[in-house]
Write a protein that binds this ligand. Structure first.
Ligand SMILES: Nc1ncnc2c1ncn2[C@@H]1O[C@H](COP(=O)(O)OP(=O)(O)O)[C@@H](O)[C@H]1O
Ligand SMILES: [Mg+2]
Length: 230
């Protein structure tokens, strides 16, 4: 049997808006196995980013239960979530969140010393990852010297450099031309087969969706269709 990556039950999330709860996720059930390659699709404003933030242990559910690798993290403290996130989760934010004062190489290697890698090893891994994404020649530039698509790939490089158990990506191909998107998907697929990394995306990109093994369609904070295998 495959091992369980995520198991969510009746997951709910509401934002606090001036003291008033604004419900966004309204009871989601989700079971994902390690090594999955799946997409969350649905109209804008439906809660895809909110769900990724819960799966990425950035936010905690308002109600329901969330297990990651068999461990119940529903009520985990922020420092516990942070520790598990550092070791296991590569998160690619829609707005990238690169550090403007650091070079491409420094952004890419950012988490590696925190995971126990030496400076030499961090640099080597980061360079290999940049090479995989076609960014090696830009290693010494600052994010502001890059195009939107290049910045997005640096965000991808930073997420995958630490070889996380799962990569969560919020609309990862949104700023890429089709050739670059193809290259990025190729890098994801390679990692999935070589390291058994799991990938979960939110996307509007039909091309990326066509690679997904499972598709979750969201509407109004619920799944319309629940991850059928294909
Ligand atoms: N920080 C926030 N505070 C209040 N409401 C928010 C916040 N972030 C998102 N929302 C609301 O939650 C809903 C879902 O947002 P989001 O998860 O970003 O959707 P999607 O990623 O599918 O476009 C939207 O109605 C949005 O306005
Ligand atoms: Mg979003």
């Amino acid at each position: 049997m495959e091992s369980s990556l995520y198991s969510a039950r009746h997951l709910e999330y509401a934002y606090d808006w001036n003291g008033k709860a604004v419900p966004v996720l309204r009871g989601l059930d989700l079971d994902l196995e390690a090594g999955c390659f799946c997409c969350i699709v649905g109209p804008s404003g439906t809660g895809k980013t909110t769900l990724l933030n819960l799966l990425g242990l950035i936010d905690s559910p308002t109600k329901g239960q969330l297990l990651f690798c068999g461990e119940d993290l529903t009520k985990a403290t922020e420092s516990k979530r942070e520790q598990i996130r550092l070791q296991n989760v590569g998160f690619i934010f829609q707005a990238f969140h690169l550090i403007p004062t650091l070079s491409v190489l420094e952004n890419t290697s950012y988490f590696l010393p925190l995971l126990g890698h030496s400076p030499e090893s961090s640099r080597k891994i980061a360079m290999e990852t940049l090479d995989l994404l076609g960014l090696k020649d830009h290693w010494n530039k600052k994010p502001l010297e890059l195009s939107g698509g290049q910045r997005q790939r640096v965000a991808v490089a930073r997420a995958i450099a630490k070889r996380p158990a799962v990569v969560l990506a919020d609309e990862p191909t949104a700023n890429l031309d089709s050739e670059t998107a193809e290259r990025m998907i190729g890098a994801f697929k390679e990692l999935q087969s070589s390291s058994k990394t799991s990938f979960i995306f939110s996307t509007h990109d039909a091309h990326l969706v066509s690679y997904a093994k499972k598709i979750y369609r969201m509407k109004d904070g619920r799944f319309e269709t629940e991850g059928g295998d294909r």
